[in-house]
Design a protein around this ligand. Structure first.
Ligand code: OGA
Ligand code: NI
Length: 343
């Protein structure tokens, strides 16, 4: 498990206005600008779950959002503003450090954590216009601190707080989602609780030929649910809907939440993971923080018995570790990874 080492994109972007051939993507095409054709993904108001007068209503709204979109914006969530703002500040500062400083946290062979690029599995594959810092954050005792920044000085504490808050929020969302699927509480404890959390800090440098590259190849996430925080106001996330790419416009302070492949498998396809990608800007860098939540490492990943009845299992059952190994050793290519799990 690991990714082949390739050029640092931030350094590449700073050094020259030429975009090397390996980053040119025919499929990037002309993409919509900022203001036009914004698609309104559903907005879920977390505070409405906490009020007995509105919680049912909001739960059915969430069910429809998961069924029909696989993506929604979450507002009025429980994560304190200070925790978010501190994380944003520290991650910006991290990516501004000199390259030699960041390279101290460079990925090593056989591990996907650290600073670098992900999903590069062959020498001739096309590359994404981004650098990432990827860390396993939960369970906390299994953290590999050698990859955790010590600059800025508060980074580790900020991430520790952010990680705990997001885990808590994800658990609460998963509980509501499981109720919406009328799952038995035992199953919820075993599979719909966050066991593993990992966080990817994404840095997308500006690109002189922004419409010819991709910041993040088309993919679906391999987890239960992902919560994405847009760090600065540069838009770039697009989701695939009815075969077309639509930009997502994050509301201030909102998390963009999406259903991942593991959720699709467990729910036997009731909720589907949706393909998405990132485009970049010609002038401005873009930063985002994607937080991935998966069940505990010993959970088996396969359709839940109670959702298989009648329709039959649509996906194979595999153990979680094999599932993740397979994911990280594949090139990102839409939902082709999930397709290998299908019957
Ligand atoms: C991801 C992802 C979106 C973004 O990290 O999996 O889809 O907005 N990120 O950076
Ligand atoms: Ni993603």
């Amino acid at each position: 498990m690991g990714s082949l080492p390739v050029a640092n994109v931030q350094a590449l972007a700073a050094a020259s206005r030429d975009v090397p051939e390996r980053y040119i993507r025919p499929e990037a095409g002309a993409h919509p600008g900022f203001a036009d054709c914004g698609v309104d993904i559903p907005v879920i108001d977390f505070s409405r779950f906490l009020d007995p007068d509105s919680s049912r209503d909001e739960s059915s709204k969430l069910h429809l959002a998961c069924q029909n979109w696989g993506f929604f914006q979450l507002i009025n969530h429980t994560v304190p503003k200070e925790v978010i703002e501190k994380m944003k500040l520290d991650v910006r500062e991290f990516f501004q450090l000199p390259l030699e400083e960041k390279r101290q946290l460079a990925q090593v062979t056989g591990d996907v954590q650290g600073y670098g690029q992900l999903f590069v599995v062959s020498k001739d594959q096309k590359l994404d216009w981004a650098d990432v810092l990827y860390l396993n954050t939960q369970p906390a005792p299994e953290r590999c601190l050698r990859f955790w920044p010590t600059q800025p000085l508060t980074f580790r504490a900020a991430l520790d707080n952010y990680s705990a808050e997001l885990k808590n929020l994800a658990d609460r969302l998963l509980e509501i989602m499981a109720k919406n699927l009328e799952l038995n509480p035992d199953v919820v404890t075993d599979k719909f609780k966050v066991g593993i959390q990992s966080i990817r800090f994404n840095y997308y440098p500006p690109c002189p030929q922004a419409d010819k590259v991709l910041g993040f190849s088309q993919h679906s996430d391999a987890d239960l649910i992902t919560l994405v925080l847009q760090v600065n106001q540069v838009q770039g996330l697009q989701i695939k809907r009815s075969g077309e790419w639509f930009p997502v416009m994050p509301l201030p302070g909102a998390f963009i939440v999406n259903v991942g492949d593991i959720f699709e498998i467990l729910s036997n396809g009731r909720y589907k993971s949706i393909e998405h990608r990132v485009v970049v800007n010609t002038e401005r860098e873009r930063l985002s923080i994607a937080t991935f939540h998966s069940p505990q490492s010993h959970a088996m990943i396969g359709p839940l018995q109670e959702l298989v009845r009648g329709s039959g299992a649509r996906y194979k059952t595999v153990n979680h570790e094999d599932f993740m190994k397979l994911f990280f050793s594949s090139k990102l290519d839409g939902k082709s990874f999930l397709d290998r799990m299908r019957y």
